[in-house]
Write a protein that binds this ligand. Structure first.
Ligand SMILES: Cc1cc2nc3c(=O)[nH]c(=O)nc-3n(C[C@H](O)[C@H](O)[C@H](O)COP(=O)(O)OP(=O)(O)OC[C@H]3O[C@@H](n4cnc5c(N)ncnc54)[C@H](O)[C@@H]3O)c2cc1C
Length: 422
């Protein structure tokens, strides 16, 4: 990445590394203080835009993979310029469509994280796995009416302390690593404190961290100041929010799915590297490693159809859709997000999970309906994922990593050291 132009932060000519939750030593390169992902994306986008051999298309929503007889031949897309569904034939298709944080009403993820790639791969016959493992980040900024902005784990890595609304620190009574315990433990401890103090948030005290906050975390600092919170002088109100989808499209260690010529990398996959509980900062790393491995793999393989041959195959480009009852996609999305947060969230029990499943079953008409707009397609994909996440969470009768069941609070290696695959 450095050779491709990514500028990671240096101190006195040496790359600076940071410590994050459950890490035993500082090993995380960072860029512009707290904008590592943005810097990696900047460097890669610049390369892609300046490379004549790569054509990019924007404002296109991919709606389905073209898959027949267990092979993928390209993608169907909704072109928002013309409102038409168009087919892109391809020798090789790589899905890199990100996670599904939008399943939940409280999330750090952007609006586009609706799990589209996972849902379309599943519809096309790809295996999806580990979907019960949703990581909830312990410390999203709590502020009525603003998006759930992330207060990075690195802030706790630099010495910030969690305190309940009475100003009492509490993490040492939940885990020996205290503030730097694994994310699921910190998230559940915060929920417990929120219940005990009958409040919707706790505080993060970053007033005494090692470096000056405004210099070490310039983006977070700017965002907090915009909401009249000065992290150098006052506590930051925080609460957990859905953050990372550990499960997804099942691939091998070269990004290959079970569908011939369909590959996937990044947060839409379940490569296995994150287990049941991703460690901080391992996802950018995973995306880069597996993206690279896919290119190595497809360069070696020369068994693909030519585009001319693909055109002759007479593939079916359209999936039958019927006209069902009218619905408001935005309203239904909000209802679905609320249901998932309240019934399939950080602490799960069978009664809530069954109620969620029943409600989702009532909404299944959506993904058989005639879908026209981006909002329709995204809602259909979210409904498919809600169904898969809820069923997996109900099936896994143990607690492991980010999946916590009140009725089975312990890990059960005898019965459950295995994956749930759909
Ligand atoms: C606030 C925040 C902070 C984070 N901090 C860190 C960190 O410090 N370190 C770390 O390792 N990880 C971090 N993560 C996680 C990490 O950023 C993500 O896991 C990673 O960016 C995922 O990359 P990706 O390329 O798989 O997907 P994305 O970066 O989500 O990209 C997916 C792209 O696909 C597009 N797309 C989706 N569906 C469609 C469709 N149907 N048609 C067309 N395009 C589509 C989207 O618009 C998007 O451009 C953070 C995540 C968040 C939300």
């Amino acid at each position: 990445m450095i050779e491709l132009g990514t500028k990671f932060d240096k101190v006195e000519g040496k790359y600076k590394t940071a410590l994050e939750a459950a890490h035993q030593r500082p090993r995380i390169l960072r860029a512009r203080g707290d904008a590592t992902g943005a810097e990696i994306e900047r460097a890669l986008s610049e390369k892609v835009i300046n490379e004549n051999k790569i054509k990019t298309k924007e404002n296109i929503l991919i709606v389905d993979i073209i898959a027949e007889h267990n092979a993928c031949y390209g993608l169907l897309a909704l072109d928002s310029n013309t409102n038409e569904i168009v087919a892109y034939l391809a020798k090789v298709t790589i899905l890199a469509s990100g996670g599904a944080g939008q399943l939940f009403s409280n999330t750090t993820n952007p609006d586009v994280a609706t799990g589209d790639g996972i849902a379309m791969a599943y519809r096309g016959g790809a295996k999806v796995t580990d979907l019960e493992f949703i990581q909830f980040h312990p410390t999203a900024l709590f502020h009525q009416g603003s998006p759930k902005f992330l207060i990075s784990e690195a802030v706790r890595g630099e010495g910030a302390i969690l305190k309940n609304i009475n100003g009492e620190s509490f993490m040492h009574s939940y885990h020996p690593l205290a503030e730097l315990a694994p994310r699921d433990i910190v998230a559940r401890a915060i929920i417990d404190q929120m219940k005990k103090t009958k409040n919707d948030y706790v505080y993060l005290d970053a007033t005494k961290i090692k470096d000056k906050f405004s210099q070490r975390f310039p983006t977070i600092y700017k965002n907090c100041l915009a909401l009249n919170i000065d992290p150098e002088k006052e506590y930051i109100p925080v609460a957990p929010a859905a953050h990372y989808t550990m499960g997804g499209i099942k691939t091998d260690t070269w990004g290959q799915t079970n569908i011939t010529n369909l590959y996937a990398c990044g947060e839409c996959t379940s490569t296995g590297v994150h287990g049941a509980n991703r460690l901080a900062s391992n996802s950018l790393l995973e995306g880069l490693v597996f993206g690279n491995r896919i290119t190595q793999k497809i360069k070696k393989n020369n068994t693909y159809y030519s585009i001319e041959k693909l055109k002759e195959l007479n593939l079916s480009y359209n999936f039958p859709r019927e006209k069902y009852k009218e619905y408001d996609p935005l309203k239904l999305k909000q209802e679905l997000q609320k249901l998932m947060w309240n019934k399939v969230g950080i602490i799960r029990n069978p009664s809530d999970l069954k109620k969620a499943r029943q409600k989702i079953n009532e909404w299944k008409f959506i993904f058989k309906s005639e879908l026209k707009t981006t909002k329709d397609f995204e809602l259909a994909n979210l409904t498919i994922l809600a169904d898969l996440v809820t069923n997996s969470a109900l099936q896994r009768e143990e607690s492991r990593g980010a999946h916590y069941r009140e009725d089975f609070p312990d890990r059960d290696d005898i019965n459950w050291k295995k994956h749930i695959i759909y």
